[in-house]
Design a protein around this ligand. Structure first.
Ligand SMILES: Nc1ncnc2c1ncn2[C@@H]1O[C@H](COP(=O)(O)OP(=O)(O)OP(=O)(O)O)[C@@H](O)[C@H]1O
Length: 593
């Protein structure tokens, strides 16, 4: 393992393609769509590709950015389409009003589905979205007085401005360009970063101050709204909608489109949609041989997914990134000094824990523990393996609900708050098993730590970026801020976690075995770092098995054994306490394990 101060020069990537380039390209495509004399068949294919792409971009958001599955996108697409179809034909409403009503309907349906089911995740979420899809299809088919049943709705008018097929196509391409831009920029926004953090590591995201449930519901609602928008445009484009166009099979087609093109980018959504619409057309000449067309179509999709697991656009961007790397420019490490919340406060106690208990069935992992952490101190929580230290930290940070007991942080009872609210209230923490957002750079990881509403640094991106760079510089990694976290050694990843917690400006920093897995040089450097943090007045509660580190930095030690507190006091008295020597230290106080 490399030393934790052994860092290569800084790099910062330059954006290859900015807003101006995008606008120019989009304008050229829209102009081409509006003026090129396509025949009716091509116009229909392009119209389908444009409207489907809008819906598939919804999956880029929910699946690509937030990591949540949605197997009901065709249902949202159908709801948008029926809102326009029924609203304009049966009720004589204005086209734009129907699009608006359709959007309200799908956002409400998406938010309801998300709120009620997103806690489930994984297979359960997939099952619930399939059920929703089936319910919507059943309603479309069987509620005949309302939906016209299997006959569908025909003669759907287009809006006055775009009555010609070509004009309407140009309009759909314009909408696609606007949606594409928003989806393209979303990952770099606070909401997009929160979604990526949730996708990479939910637990770390919640402890960094992100409301995980709200982020997932928002992603789901955005996905649903893009599905509904695509459907509304589709209805105007084809003038006819029927239930079979929005079946479960179509949801699978939408999913295949996004996976095939590349789930991480809106360009992938367009590429995948275009291909899955065009391949059947290209293979149409094979339809004379029964089954051959489907076999070749299936094989083509399998081969692409097999050899390009990140989709076509994912493969292409990886390939271009190799050239991009050569073009990155070195930048000076010019971070400002890191300001931390000092030892000033309304009382001398930063944390008071009273009668804390956490039982797992019959196992009393934490059993009536009480202790107080003094402001500006370094307080260690030690004990043998399985004595309940990490469980205590998990209860303190809100990951586990306590069986009993109370926690007061800086005068506020946080016992019933979820993890992100505790972070806002002033807790920062690191994990025994490092939990970084692995698809991001070091600075992005740390910005997420800085971004919660409790941080006085504010919401402006430049302020958050400066704060994150200052935190990275403080831990010795300022000149590697723009590198992906996966390129860092284990020891450096621990430092990035500490920087992420520091960037949030906590009142109390919880460190769960920060020295675990570090070599002796790195431990010495970590000790120095903890002393520098303590010197700034920040209160620390640290768990570690390394007695040299603990004795070096801690002013107060609490010892747990079998979930109970067996000693509490200054290091000298605690480390010589007979119960502690028997239970934990043995005859050699400096080498417990
Ligand atoms: N989620 C859980 N479900 C059931 N039991 C758990 C859970 N988490 C912890 N435990 C149990 O609670 C006890 C305390 O575990 P904990 O991880 O808090 O100990 P620790 O003191 O941090 O140990 P170590 O020093 O090895 O990290 C152990 O017996 C452990 O198996």
């Amino acid at each position: 393992m490399t030393s934790i101060t052994d860092a290569p020069p800084a790099v910062r990537r330059t954006a290859p393609f900015g807003l101006l380039g995008y606008v120019v390209l989009a304008a050229v495509v829209v102009y081409y769509a509006a003026t090129h004399p396509f025949d009716g068949y091509i116009t229909n294919i392009l119209m389908q590709a444009a409207t489907y792409s809008v819906a598939v971009m919804g999956l880029t958001v929910v699946l690509g950015l937030c990591g949540q599955i949605n197997l009901a996108q065709a249902a949202f697409f159908g709801l948008g389409a029926y809102a326009v179809g029924l609203g304009t034909v049966d009720y004589g409403l204005n086209f734009w009003l129907c699009v608006g009503l359709g959007l309200v309907l799908v956002v409400a349906a998406g938010a309801f589905l998300g709120t009620s089911t997103l806690r489930l995740g994984g297979h359960y979420l997939a099952m619930v979205t399939i059920s929703f899809q089936q319910i919507v299809t059943l309603v479309m088919v069987n509620w005949i007085p309302m939906t016209h049943g299997p006959d569908g709705v025909s003669r759907i008018p287009r809006p006055g401005l775009f009555t010609s097929a070509q004009g309407y196509l140009a309009f759909c391409v314009t909408v696609l360009a606007v949606v594409g831009y928003m989806v393209w920029r979303l990952p770099a926004s606070p909401l997009g970063r929160a979604m990526r953090a949730v996708r990479d590591n939910e637990l770390a995201a919640s402890v960094a101050g992100i409301d995980v449930q709200r982020t997932k519901v928002t992603a789901f609602a955005i996905c649903a709204s893009l599905g509904g928008l695509g459907g509304a445009l589709f209805a105007g484009g084809f003038a006819y909608v029927s239930p079979d166009q929005f079946s479960f099979a179509e949801s699978i087609v939408f999913l295949t489109m996004v996976l095939l093109g590349g789930v991480a980018s809106p360009i992938g959504a367009v590429v995948g949609t275009g291909l899955l619409i065009l391949i059947p057309e290209w293979l149409r000449f094979l339809k004379s041989v029964p089954g051959l067309y489907l076999a070749i179509y299936g094989l083509a999709v399998i081969l692409i997914v097999l050899f390009m697991p990140d989709g076509i656009w994912g493969w292409f961007s990886q390939w271009t990134r190799r050239f991009g790397r050569a073009a990155v420019a070195a930048v000076p490490a010019d971070a400002a000094a890191l300001e931390l919340r000092g030892s000033v406060g309304h009382n001398n106690e930063v944390l008071r824990v009273e009668g804390l208990a956490k039982h797992f069935g019959g196992l009393k992992a934490v059993d009536g523990v009480s202790f107080t952490v003094k402001r500006g101190s370094v307080h260690a929580l030690i004990g043998p393996n399985g004595s309940g230290k990490t469980t205590t930290l998990n209860v303190l940070s809100g990951i586990y609900t306590p069986t009993a007991g109370k926690m007061v942080l800086d005068g506020t009872d946080v016992s019933n708050l979820p993890p992100h609210r505790r972070t806002i209230a002033g807790l920062g923490r690191t994990f025994q098993n490092i939990r970084l957002f692995r698809s991001m750079t070091a600075v992005e990881n740390v910005i997420i730590g800085a971004e919660h509403p409790g941080n006085p640094v504010g919401k402006a991106h430049h302020a958050l970026d400066a704060r994150a760079r200052a935190a990275l510089a403080f831990v010795g990694l300022g000149d590697r801020a723009d590198e992906m976290v996966t390129s860092f050694s284990y020891g450096h990843q621990r430092l990035i976690e500490i920087a992420r917690a520091l960037a949030g400006n906590p009142t109390l920093l919880l460190l769960d075995e920060p020295a675990a897995g570090l070599n002796s040089t790195e431990k010495v450097e970590l000790t120095g770092l903890l002393k520098r943090i303590a010197a700034k007045g920040l209160t620390i509660l640290i768990i570690d098995h390394d007695m040299t580190l603990v004795s070096d930095v801690a002013e107060h030690i609490t010892v747990l054994n079998f979930g109970r507190r067996i000693a509490d006091g200054d290091p000298v008295s605690v480390l010589n306490h007979p119960d502690v020597v028997t239970a934990y230290l043995g005859s050699e106080p400096d080498a417990p394990h």
